[in-house]
Design a binder for this molecule. Structure first.
Ligand code: SF4
Ligand code: SF4
Length: 265
């Protein structure tokens, strides 16, 4: 029996549609354009496949796009209860432009303290923040608000990571950047439509065809050539060294230039 595969962050992207169109979106929503939501059936299959590979994850996260655009995702939050022993907390990330539907609230409440809604507050754009926090307070749903405007904002603003050309950094610089990258430190692994990768940039730049990931950079959940153990081994080593996408990444380190968050196109 192989060693258990335990993750820190497992983030599923159920939609690439968003209510906002942020110029520097790190998930490249404006570049994707109008892409259909991932169907409930496909999400359920992806969840079954990923939990066949992964023994446990601290956080099981859902991020878009904007997840509350969908009125059917309660089915997914409910389905994830069947894997409740395999994760500590359900994390839902929203830009507070839309309230969750009643069904979402009903199912989220069933997680008790095992859920947290993370509200990215973009000031004037996140005009439902107050209504949303009132709703969560009323329903005893744990939440946090991360402020992305004005003084003392999260991360001090955003980086411009919307370019994909190789920046010509030395191998040593790329290793250093990767080692100190927040995505690597947090082990923030992302899943979209059957493809699993070690960071959102690598995954979504690959989906967009902007980079070609190395064999060791991704796992295709539906690939029948690799065995389950081979896939687990790739996931275990996602963060051992830089990925192809690191070559074009500005990184999220402290000395990288910051821009105002959520500037709209
Ligand atoms: S709110 Fe902005 S940053 Fe967040 S997913 Fe939508 S477009 Fe991207
Ligand atoms: S591409 Fe590399 S440096 Fe950029 S976010 Fe991903 S792991 Fe970090």
């Amino acid at each position: 029996m192989s060693e258990p595969l335990i993750l820190r962050r497992l983030c599923i992207i159920p939609t690439i549609k968003c209510t906002l169109c942020c110029k520097l979106c790190s998930n490249y929503i404006p570049i994707f354009g109008n892409v259909e939501h991932v169907s409930i059936e496909e999400l359920i299959n992806d969840i079954d496949q990923i939990f066949d590979l992964v023994d446990y994850t601290e956080w099981l996260q859902f991020v878009g796009g904007e997840i509350f655009m969908r009125k059917d995702l309660w089915q997914i939050y409910e389905y994830c209860l069947t894997y409740r022993k395999k994760f500590e907390k359900l994390i839902l990330i929203t830009n507070a432009t839309l309230l969750p539907c009643n069904k979402d609230v009903d199912i989220i409440k069933r997680y008790g303290n095992g859920v947290q809604v993370q509200i990215s507050d973009y000031g004037k754009y996140s005009y439902k923040t107050k209504e949303m926090t009132d709703l969560f307070m009323k329903n005893d749903i744990p939440y946090v608000v991360k402020k992305y405007y004005g003084e003392m904002q999260h991360y001090g603003g955003w980086v411009d990571n919307t370019h994909f050309e190789d920046r010509g950094k030395s191998e040593a610089a790329i290793f250093e950047q990767h080692k100190n990258c927040g995505q690597v430190v947090m082990q923030n692994f992302h899943l979209y439509r059957g493809k699993f990768q070690g960071c959102a940039r690598s995954l979504l730049a690959s989906v967009l065809g902007k980079i070609i990931p190395a064999e060791r950079d991704f796992v295709d959940l539906y690939d029948n050539i690799k065995s389950k153990e081979e896939k687990r081994e790739i996931i275990r080593h996602f963060n051992d060294s830089p990925r192809v996408s690191c070559r074009s990444c500005v990184s999220f380190s402290e000395n990288v230039e910051r821009f105002p968050a959520a500037e709209q196109l």
